[in-house]
Design a protein around this ligand. Structure first.
Ligand code: SF4
Length: 63
């Protein structure tokens, strides 16, 4: 299964990925950016969708 990776230099902390995949992504404490809290939980959501809607294309999916 593919695993999501966030480019922290590109992330603006909009939270869209958290809305789509709350089991996978989470915003850090100051909500400045997201991080991957469970890279193996993509089966619970649609990580491809999260990567698609990310406004800065910060999310990539790796094998
Ligand atoms: S959707 Fe993209 S820019 Fe928004 S919080 Fe997630 S990784 Fe960051």
């Amino acid at each position: 299964m593919k695993k999501p990776v966030i480019d922290y230099d590109e992330c603006i902390g909009c939270g869209s990925c958290v809305e789509v995949c709350p089991e996978v992504f989470r915003l850090n404490e100051d909500e400045a950016r997201a991080y991957v809290k469970a890279e193996d939980k993509c089966a619970t959501c649609d990580c491809e969708e999260a990567a698609t809607i990310c406004p800065t294309e910060a999310i990539s999916l790796s094998d």
